[in-house]
Design a protein. Structure first.
Lengths: 176, 665
């Protein structure tokens, strides 16, 4: 009994090691963005289809909108793209595209081929806005509210589940 | 040639470490003095070899030897000399070599300062440190060799991470590692005591100065890291509850508990097995921290290159060292005994309560840090635990601990009386409460949290003064100076460290309560008012740096129309990596900082166009670091106590009288 008491630290440690062992084989990079709850970082970028016009988050104040980070070179973007096109048809929430580290020509061609779900796309050619948004994998999607606060971040392709269970309910709530 | 010498020195160091970790132990077990006597020369030889290896790596960095992979990936010929030297420990491999160097250095220090320890104990202590060293040397040589060659050599290096090109980064890792690794001495003493089955007041007295010095270094290391984050990350924050920060904070909390528990074991012979457990924990958490940082199981702002093979190695090492020690603890702690008994109200009980609060706080940090990993491992989803959790858990736990800091030094050992404590402390309590209620009104905004924070700080300060006065009143010397001089350095050390905590709390409370921040778009010539200061943006100008190009913004700060400061925040682009760095401009003041950092250019023309700008007012923020340095200073003052030197001489007398038989060095 007495030895048992002295073994408690050892037992706790054994459990800890087991978890660390499992943890080693996991990818910890998939964590929510620290941006959630913070104002969407400022930018002023040229529009993909109207290079002489710029768009800033300030222009969208008062609207709930999605910012979808995409690129013509991005393979997983093709996975989520049909979902975005469908979302755009439903006209629930405007989707803005951030064409990340991409050639504008390639971007335009890609949209022409796969359909353009974006109200507007802007071009982040050297990826500096992407750094501000903490983009580390394309695609990523941010939900931004009327006051310009980031409310949700989807890392990787949008899935029907994420859209139905998280994003759309949140959009409805924020639009109220 | 030089890198090969370094590699060879590391291999030799490993062989010596193996001898150092086995032969003296065998000597201690079989009572063979000649084997025990090997401990010291082996430890010294190992230190010399690791110094040679480190010097070789430093030479490769300073001399731009891009045929060494580590140098080619972490340095650049444009890098200024002092950063090339600091780049030696800027990489994963280099920082592990620094760790090993520190460990060998601490072992060397043990051979220097503990010459009069009983030979059996000394042999065991040095052997245990040898084991840890073997582990790290194996890790270096097999998974993270800093001397690996690159064939053909790179024409130019990839450059040191710009975040690390900073004076704070030059000294932060060595200080932090001094602390981390310093706990290995207390750990080795604890294991040696468990092996020998003897754990008494003298053991505690030997462990105390080592623990205190390690703790003081760790305090400085953490404070430097926090200060570095404040001025280089450009967010104006000083603590992020980031896994890597937590990894350094957990050993600190445990070390703080250990220092106090050791005091009880030394003075009263109580808490023996608890103290041993804490000594094991403090170092285990240092190792765990290394695992968390180096294995990549958790994400953090400290994005180090990670490698699963390294993770597996460190985990196995961790399991071996910590699992082995805790098994030894489970087996032997019962024999060591619990030690003296004490009353419900006594200095022991306040220190025990403090210890428990600190350890629960440490456990809550550990839980918060590892919770995402636990959930992920159980397939319950990916989450991140942020500041809200830590704030909610941490403050309620530490508040009573800080309150007890005022009571503990006033309580008598063994048995104190509550009415007596009340009589002695009621005025201190009254002063602290009244001042804490009134001060926030003067400062501008009253909130319960600000009042509570100020109360704790004032309580620590006033009760420390009462404690000092009681000491002086009890002194038989004549005259204030003589009385002050008669008080031991260890008491002054405690006082300083406790005042450091109070200063720290003032900083945290006031910066949290009164900081203001603005995240704005400013055109050239435009002004913005933040907290009574007008910040006028005069534009940006390009300029060259030694290994970067910079855009320097100029801001005039006026208060009541009078120019008080011109601030020049920078945006740097490093030539070699193309990485951008934000250098905030900070006007540092005793009562608060004015902090400006450049965001992004918001117009196509970066020179004449508008910029996103962050402006912060951070009242009393520097008190946070001042408090931490006071704590560390307290630690250094405390170890100057004559008692520790006398203890060594005294124990030497006992040792030779008992005829231990081994030649004392």
């Amino acid at each position: 009994m007495k030895t048992l008491r002295w073994s408690i630290p050892l037992a706790i440690f054994a459990i800890l090691v087991a978890f660390l062992w499992v943890g080693l084989s996991r990818d910890p990079r998939e964590v929510p963005s620290p941006l959630v709850g913070k104002p969407a970082p400022e930018f002023a970028l040229a529009k993909l289809h109207a290079p002489n016009e710029t768009l800033t988050p300030g222009d969208l104040k008062g609207k709930v909108w999605l910012l979808n980070v995409w690129a013509s070179w991005c393979v997983s973007c093709r996975v989520e793209h049909p979902l975005l096109v469908e979302l755009a048809k439903a006209d629930i929430v405007p989707v803005y595209g951030l064409d990340y580290k991409d050639e504008p020509d390639a971007g335009r061609a890609w949209l022409a081929q796969h359909g353009n779900p974006y109200t507007d796309s802007i071009v982040d050619r050297d990826g500096r806005v992407g750094i501000d948004y903490g983009v580390y994998g394309v695609p990523e999607t941010f939900l931004i509210d009327k006051a310009g606060i980031v409310r949700y971040k989807q890392i990787g392709p949008l899935t029907p589940e994420a859209l139905k269970q998280k994003i759309l309910p949140l959009v409805r709530e924020l639009q109220r | 040639m030089i890198p090969e010498l370094g590699n060879f020195a590391l291999i030799l160091a490993l062989l010596v470490a193996i001898a150092q970790s086995t032969l003296p132990l065998a000597g201690a077990a079989y009572g063979e003095p000649r084997l025990m006597a090997l401990a010291q020369p082996a430890a010294r030889a190992q230190f010399l070899l690791v110094v040679i290896a480190f010097a070789c790596l430093a030479a490769a960095f300073v001399g731009n030897d891009f045929s060494v992979l580590n140098v080619a990936t972490n340095s650049n010929s444009e890098l200024p000399l002092h950063y090339r030297f600091a780049a030696t420990w800027g990489s994963h491999e280099g920082s592990l070599l620094l760790w090993t160097l520190m460990l060998a250095g601490w072992t060397f220090a043990v051979t220097l300062f503990s010459r009069n320890l009983p030979p059996v104990l000394l042999a065991r202590v040095i052997a245990v440190m040898g084991w840890v060293s073997v582990g790290f040397l194996l890790f270096l040589l097999f998974t993270s060799n800093p001397f690996e060659r690159l064939v053909p050599p790179a024409p130019e290096g990839r450059d040191l991470n710009p975040l690390l090109q900073d004076p704070g980064m030059v000294i932060h890792p060595p200080m932090l590692y001094m602390g981390y690794v310093g706990f290995s001495v207390a750990f080795a003493f604890a294991i040696a005591a468990l092996l020998g089955g003897r754990l008494d007041a003298t053991w505690a007295r030997w462990s105390r100065p080592w623990t205190t010095v390690a703790w003081a270094f760790l305090t400085i290391g953490i404070a430097l890291g926090s200060g570095w984050a404040y001025y280089t990350l450009g967010w104006g924050g000083w603590w992020f509850w980031d896994p890597v920060e937590n990894a350094s904070f957990m050993p600190w909390l445990t070390g703080t508990a250990l220092i106090h528990s050791l005091a009880v074991t030394e003075k009263r012979g109580a808490f023996k097995s608890w103290t041993v457990l804490l000594a094991i924990l403090a170092f285990s958490l240092s190792l765990l921290g290394t695992f968390l940082v180096r294995s990549g199981v958790l994400t953090s702002v400290h994005a180090f290159a990670t490698d699963p093979a390294r993770g597996v190695f460190i985990l196995a090492f961790l399991a071996l060292v910590v699992g082995g020690s805790l098994t030894l603890f489970a087996w032997r702690a019962g024999k060591v005994g619990l030690g003296g008994i004490f009353g419900v109200v006594s200095r022991e009980s306040t220190l025990l309560a403090n210890n428990i609060l600190l350890i629960v706080a440490m456990a809550s940090v550990l839980l918060g840090t590892l919770y995402p990993l636990f959930l992920d491992a159980l397939n319950l989803g990916k989450i991140s635990v942020g500041p809200p959790y830590f704030d909610a858990v941490f403050y309620p736990l530490l508040a009573p601990a800080v309150f007890l800091m005022g009571v503990g030094p006033m309580a008598r050992w063994s048995k104190a009386s509550l009415p007596d404590l009340w009589t002695r402390l009621r005025w201190a309590l009254a002063v602290a409460v009244v001042a804490a209620v009134i001060l926030p009104m003067i400062l501008g905004r009253w909130s319960p949290l600000i009042a509570a924070g100020l109360f704790l700080a004032l309580w620590v300060i006033v009760s420390s003064m009462v404690s000092l006065r009681t000491r002086l009143a009890g002194s038989h010397r004549r005259g204030l100076i003589a009385k002050l001089a008669a008080i031991s350095p260890s008491y002054y050390g405690m006082l300083l460290a406790h005042l450091g905590v109070a200063v720290f709390i003032v900083g945290v409370t006031l910066v949290k309560g009164y900081e203001s921040e603005q995240d704005v778009r400013l055109d050239v010539g435009q002004s913005i008012e933040v907290g009574g200061n007008a910040f006028k943006f005069l534009g940006v100008a390009p300029g060259p740096g030694p290994n970067y190009r910079t855009l320097t913004g100029t801001f005039e700060v006026r208060k009541g129309g009078r120019l008080i400061e011109t601030l020049k925040p920078e945006k740097r682009i490093y030539n070699a990596s193309g990485q951008a760095m934000t250098i905030a401009a900070i006007d540092i003041g005793l009562l608060g900082d004015r902090y400006v950092s450049l965001g992004e250019p918001l117009a196509p023309d970066a020179i004449d166009g508008a910029w996103g700008v962050r402006i912060y007012l951070k009242p009393f923020i520097d008190w946070i670091w001042a408090g931490a340095f006071l704590m560390a200073l307290g630690g250094f003052v405390a170890v100057c106590d004559r008692r520790y030197r006398l203890a060594i001489r005294h124990s030497a007398a006992i040792g030779s009288a008992a005829g231990a038989g081994a030649p004392a060095d």
